[in-house]
Write a protein that binds this ligand. Sequence first.
Ligand SMILES: [Cu+2]
Length: 228
Amino acid sequence: MMERQHNKSCSIAFADAPAESHACGLSYCGWVSEVKYQWLMYTVLFAALFILNAVSYAETIRGAVKLKTEEDAGKVVVYVEKAGGVFIPPEKRPIMDQIDLIFVPYVLPVLIGTTVDFHNSDDVLNNIFTPSSGYKFNLGTYPKGVVRSFTFNRLGEVVLLCNIHPDMEGYIMVLQNPYFVVPDKRGEYRISNVPPGTYNVKMWYKKNISPAYTITVEKGAEAVVDFK
Ligand SMILES: [Cu+2]
């Protein structure tokens, strides 16, 4: 076994190393391995703290929406009216399905430019059309398993109807930025990673839009907006 000499000038840590810990192997010294292990642990610890910090203190808009029933939760969209920046529509297309003669979800908020896939999960034919101004599309009548798509390039609400089943009604909400969310069943919502700035926050609920709440999101902080 070769004894490996430490260069005392290489670092303070080396110079302070206890002599008895210098039992060395052919290529690595056990004490050096121990120091490396400690540095690795420190690196992992700092990385974990950094990630935890980023998660805990990322800018967020959160709050609650007062709902009459749990079912209403899926009929609400909370969104930032306008935000600066260039926003790329998601590659993964969101889905609007038809299940038991109901549009699912009731409302699908999307970033402008998003292509939505329209499914039919029913054993019967369904149709999708809209009379909403600016679109007036009809995707036709099609059976289970067929998927048709549409790209939404105009802002605002798009009502979805089925010309076979008059009770069917759903909505696409086309929004200017990706800072939107459908609250959970308790009416609570959280919009994460909103850049610091001042925004108008609104709530859409069954065709109605609330007045705007103007809030300022500070760096590393949360802004709370409750809709009553
Ligand atoms: Cu239908």
